[in-house]
Design a protein around this ligand. Sequence first.
Ligand SMILES: Cc1cc2nc3c(=O)[nH]c(=O)nc-3n(C[C@H](O)[C@H](O)[C@H](O)COP(=O)(O)OP(=O)(O)OC[C@H]3O[C@@H](n4cnc5c(N)ncnc54)[C@H](O)[C@@H]3O)c2cc1C
Length: 613
Amino acid sequence: MKPESSHTQGTIDTSRMSAGQRAALEMTEAARDERRNSGFAASLFFGEPDFGKVLPFPKQKVEDRDQGDAFLRRLRAVLDEHADPDAIDREGEIPDHLMDALARIGAFGIKIPIKYGGLGLSQTNYSRAAMLLGGRCGSLTALISAHQSIGVPQPLLTFGNEAQKEMFLPRCARGEVSAFALTESDVGSDPARMTTRAELAPDGEHYILNGEKLWCTNGTRASLIVVMARTPTKEKPHATTAFVVENDRPGVEVIHRCRFMGLRALYNGVIHFTNVMVPKSHIIGGEGRGLKVALTTLNTGRIALPAACTGLAKRCLEISNRWATSREQWGKPIGKHAAIADKLARMASGTLAMEAVTHYVSALVDADKNADVRLEAAIAKLWCTERAWDIANDTMQIRGGRGYETAESLEARNEPPDPVERLFRDARINTIFEGSSEIMRLFIAREAIDPHLRIGADVVNASLPVADRARAAVRAARFYAVWLPVKYVPRGIEGATSMHPALLPDMRAVEALSRKLARRLFYAMAMHGPSLERKQVLLGRFVDIGCELFVTSCLLGYVSMRSAGSDLSAPDVEQMVHLARYHARHSREKVRRLFHEAATADDDDAVAIAAEI
Ligand SMILES: Cc1cc2nc3c(=O)[nH]c(=O)nc-3n(C[C@H](O)[C@H](O)[C@H](O)COP(=O)(O)OP(=O)(O)OC[C@H]3O[C@@H](n4cnc5c(N)ncnc54)[C@H](O)[C@@H]3O)c2cc1C
């Protein structure tokens, strides 16, 4: 049951918010994709899971897979020959011979269409490349992915005109590095505070850019940067515009190279712009549409992170597994002690789930380049980056003291130089950049309650006339009188015949929990009204439940698809099914805990204590 489009507009009432909060919300609302979320994730939050969208699980076409395999072979060979990740980490530099070798195999233009000099590979193959890189070298992964996922290629492929594509994409594909600059000293998660400005020059052909950007990945090595700047007009005081800026223009200055706990060879810097003349033709997506360009770019761009995290998790699993079987303490291999076995089991099932989610979201983009993947990509980013951090942490625990020792030191005393310490440091940033976990939860919550806002927001919008609110209340009452009772009735599972029979009960459990989530979300909205927006802990629990259901569904679909194929032996299929069932069971336990935590969420008390301290 979908809300009808004739329902109310559903604008959020910002009249009682502080000025800063209102500016932030109105700005992101204005840049929000207005399309109705119609993907699988949205249907889970709405209690009407559209399993037909995940079953049968999308399978990579043979020809596409072969193209990806061929590139991955070349990439692996380049990494084996030219990349020493521990030296890169130690020295804080990526050597030119590695950059040149990567450029020669097309690693800077993986998704750029062949007609612009790229490899023209699919999102799935790009994700597979990110998985391979993610298990080897964090700094290199960040360089390649910031260039292609958020740097010049991604926004140009989505919003660029033909002339811009012809001008910039061949350069990017050849190996010129690009970057994306949104963050400023006062602009982390809140673009409304942006101060970098661009004003139309007297010649009418250029914009004059002034300001400073912080933490611009690749910024110290890039020749092209996508820069977000304020271009306010009387009608749109918060308008922003996205520009492609050439780094060698007069007035562009790298004033500091930032150094971090991990990703030690990141070419990340503070970039200052003083009266930089940027041609009008370098505007991406039109004047005043900058935030939309940035947010849409990040939607698809952030798929690289779950992919890279999957690679990192696989590497951790391999190291942990090897150590757990070879290291004996208290009379047997440590992996046979239940406390370590438990970590290994969660790690293995979690890694498989991350792989499933990455493949699912990538397949959505491959099926339709303009597909609305904002919810699915955000869930993938949130869940996989947090899971990868847990896995890196568990790997360190399993390796014990050797996990804390650097690879160089291990090697010097003739032990295998497993780089757990480096992987651990590199993994930490993933829950912070390209949308922090907290911001991802807010974003997902906003999208999850969107259908309800469309129906009910006007009822509680104090800025509307009473008559409008009364009409909205009648419409909402009519809608929910039908919608709510149905949420107590089990639904069928479309596509169930494509599932491995042993996994069907787990999918049925997802269906039941999805209805429960929708009911609880509805009751929370009815109880808290507009103040629900401030209940971040409560909303966060609901978001985490939705994420668990989404990830489990992807995993069950993925394992069903793989088990029906011919590339796995019977014991491999059995093991995968076992892992999927294990994950589904633990995920259900977590969901139960989260429902309990939602019922006892004490946002107000936490806010009071934070104010007191
Ligand atoms: C290594 C590295 C590489 C980066 N690369 C780039 C890049 O290439 N381009 C670019 O533009 N930026 C880049 N960034 C910036 C990065 O995206 C930001 O760090 C991130 O957006 C968070 O901003 P912030 O650090 O200013 O934190 P803040 O926004 O100040 O947030 C601090 C904390 O408060 C939380 N928080 C903020 N607002 C809210 C809210 N409304 N509700 C609840 N919690 C909230 C945050 O989640 C976080 O935990 C990079 C940063 C790093 C460290």
